[in-house]
Write a protein that binds this ligand. Structure first.
Ligand SMILES: *Cc1c(COP(=O)(O)O)cnc(C)c1O
Length: 387
């Protein structure tokens, strides 16, 4: 007798043979930069997206407890049925105000926001122009949309222009990009993308997942930092990284948000996140606005660390953010170095295919509020090239 799932033995063995098998581990205690308990060791955590240190913030926890006391935990239905509570409505209003947009809509996650939004704005007969390094959720959103997918090489404006020129036959055009790329820590050329969108009558959609709360004078992201918010039609963000909670959102014109509430399937057909999660994000948003020093210090520390690593001869690619890759190429060498760092008390995730293309494996250093100069010294010392 064979079991129809027997093929999985070979498939898993193949991953394992190629050093690509991944397994989740269990973190003990709170998500924080220093002193993370991980596989029986206490480590300094360079593998978190909790950039502003808000995931375990006391004020955020207090907001959660207060909401829990009044509204309970589960939201019980999708937002259009009975799942949207007062705290969801308040967070949408606060997000729209924070982002200086007409309106905002919440999704269960950032992943869901992308997967739902793209098919809601383009379909058969349309073209979507997507950066080769875009996040998996953007890629999946494109695939689900039935639009023609035109992938342009990473940050390659000439290629994009040529493809837009070839794309005049599409009913609608959508250019979509991460603003801060999640593995390489580099930025999209947003001013040029906004120009191209204008010239070619295309919608521009950006994903600020790693930049919300970190970039820009007011903490709105890379679009704000680059002064091009007016040229962007659809702005996606997440509550789950610098804001330390869970959930995704889209901001833009009111008619866009009205449309998404009707046509974005992960909004219509998925249960709203708990109100307490929305309360946490509301509180985090307030801290982002009241404490700009958190993001300023983070980006200063990142500049400093990047310089020191480069001085030691490591390639950090085009990183210009709190995400700093140490590009090694080979997957097994990357995992070996990650293991060596772990022995020295430093948790730095090794990133390998399929998250990055073959031959472009890297250590992904993610700096957060709460990393001290001593933590950075330890990392730099541990990464002194052996030869
Ligand atoms: C993490 C990430 C997402 C997904 O957000 P979640 O809230 O974690 O689901 C979407 N886009 C980008 C660019 C991301 O890095």
């Amino acid at each position: 007798m064979t079991d129809p799932l027997d093929w999985l033995d070979d498939a898993l063995k193949d991953l394992s043979d190629r050093c690509l098998l991944r397994q989740p581990t269990v973190r003990l205690g709170a998500q924080q930069p220093a002193h993370i308990e991980w596989e029986g060791q206490t480590l300094v955590n360079f593998g978190s997206n909790d950039y502003l240190g808000l995931a375990a913030d006391r004020r955020v926890g207090q907001a959660v407890r207060e909401t829990l006391a009044g509204s309970g935990w589960g939201s019980g239905a999708s937002p259009l049925v009975t799942g949207r509570g007062q705290m969801h409505a308040r967070l949408e209003d606060r997000l729209a105000a924070f982002e200086d947009a007409e309106a905002a809509v919440l999704f269960p996650s950032g992943f869901a926001a992308n997967v739902a939004t793209i098919p809601a704005v383009v379909g058969r007969g349309d073209g979507v122009f997507s950066d080769a390094n875009n996040h998996a959720s953007i890629i999946d959103g494109c695939r689900l949309s039935d639009a023609a997918i035109v992938v342009y090489p990473h940050r390659d404006l000439t290629a994009l222009r040529d493809r837009l020129r070839d794309g005049t036959g599409f009913r609608r055009r959508l250019i979509v990009t991460d603003t801060l790329f999640s593995m390489d820590g580099d930025l999209a050329p947003l001013a040029e993308l906004a120009d191209l969108a204008r010239q070619h009558d295309a919608m521009l959609m950006v994903d600020e997942a790693h930049a919300t709360g970190v970039f820009g004078h007011g903490g709105r992201g890379v679009c704000e930092a680059m002064g091009i918010e007016a040229g962007v039609h659809i702005r996606v963000g997440t509550l789950s990284k610098a804001l330390g909670s869970i959930g995704g959102f889209v901001v833009g014109q009111r008619r866009l948000i009205d449309w998404l509430r009707n046509r974005a399937r992960a909004y219509v057909y998925s249960t709203a996140a708990p109100e307490a999660a929305a309360a946490a994000a509301c509180q985090a948003l307030q801290i982002v606005q009241q404490q700009p020093e958190r993001r300023l210090r983070l980006l200063e520390q990142a500049d400093h660390l990047r310089c020191r690593l480069q001085q030691q001869g490591w390639s950090t690619g085009r990183s210009a953010s709190q995400i700093i890759p140490v590009i090694l190429g080979d997957a097994s060498r990357t995992m070996e170095l990650a293991a060596q760092l772990r022995e020295q008390g430093l948790l730095v995730p090794g990133i390998r295919p399929p998250t990055v293309p073959p031959g472009q494996s890297l250590l992904r250093i993610s700096l957060c509020h709460g990393h001290t100069p001593e933590h950075l010294d330890r990392l730099v010392d541990a990464l002194t090239p052996a030869r």
